[in-house]
Design a protein around this ligand. Sequence first.
Ligand code: RI2
Length: 335
Amino acid sequence: MKTIKERMPYIYTSDWHVTKETVFPKAFSETVDGIREMRIRGAGRIARSASKALAALAESYGGSDFSEMAEFLHDGAKLLLSTRPTAVSLKNGILFTLAGAKEDGVKNVGDYRKSVVGASEWFCEKSVSAIDAIAKHGSGLLCDGSTVLTHCNSSVAVSTIARANEMYDGIRAFATETRPWNQGHITARELASSGVDVNMIVDSAARHIMEREGVDAVFVGADTICMDGTVANKVGTSQIALAAMDLGIPFYVCGEFYKFSPDIKSGSYVVVEERGASEIADPFKFPGVKFKNPVFDLTPARNITSIITEDGAIRAEKVAGFVKRKFSRVMGFEM
Ligand code: RI2
């Protein structure tokens, strides 16, 4: 049986060259563009969209050549991987969909198609149920009258706060606006529509608010969790973690299994996505000014109280053991 590295070597490099002649269905190209242009965003949603797009690609293959179909799907995977480099959820969504599907022993296009579709359904279902489980564990860390702060728009952090609001009285939330894309606007609206007493603040007010408003805990999401417990998340996260630590406020990262990266040892190996200047300001209005727009940053394990997974909370320093157990149990193969 081939290892994942042998079957999907492109997962471990950034060589995502796609066979020239490959023509993808319009819906697939729309998903690729949607992820690249952030109409589809959020680490979990990106992963599920990529997985579903590959399943649809498998269904769209009209030929009868097994090897041709495998190449078609792997070319699709490469294109998806090229869209956003930081979130390992994207890579894992692809990995769980294609590596989870049986290739060895299956030489029949129909069986392969079924296997890819089945793996995608499995991944999407596990991904959604993980969010519920984390919301349950995370909300259990709060009580009546708790005040929380969150950054960016994490579906897991929002679900955790909304669930706490269902369980307890007097939950208050602060959501940073999260420049430059202002994903915090989405968070504020989502929390308000769930009935949470929510205030939106500018990013630079985070420390002051934590101190003056009696924030009890910070909950954020994750785009990539490295083996040493470093967390890559929306830029600004690391400063909030530092402030939380200084103030003695617990800082929790909500991370489903597919946010962990078995092959990224530490933060220095994370490719941090840099986006265009126009997301910050109109460069034409600033002659002579250069812009730098990294959209993620790295929070070291020492500034994280715990990472809340679907299996419960783990210390960030203990990530490596968790990943080894989880990935071999869930996938049943060596990474
Ligand atoms: P969920 C987002 O990235 C944010 O960094 C957020 O914390 C993370 O994905 C996790 O999101 P972006 O796509 O999976 O907005 O928790 O750049 O929804």
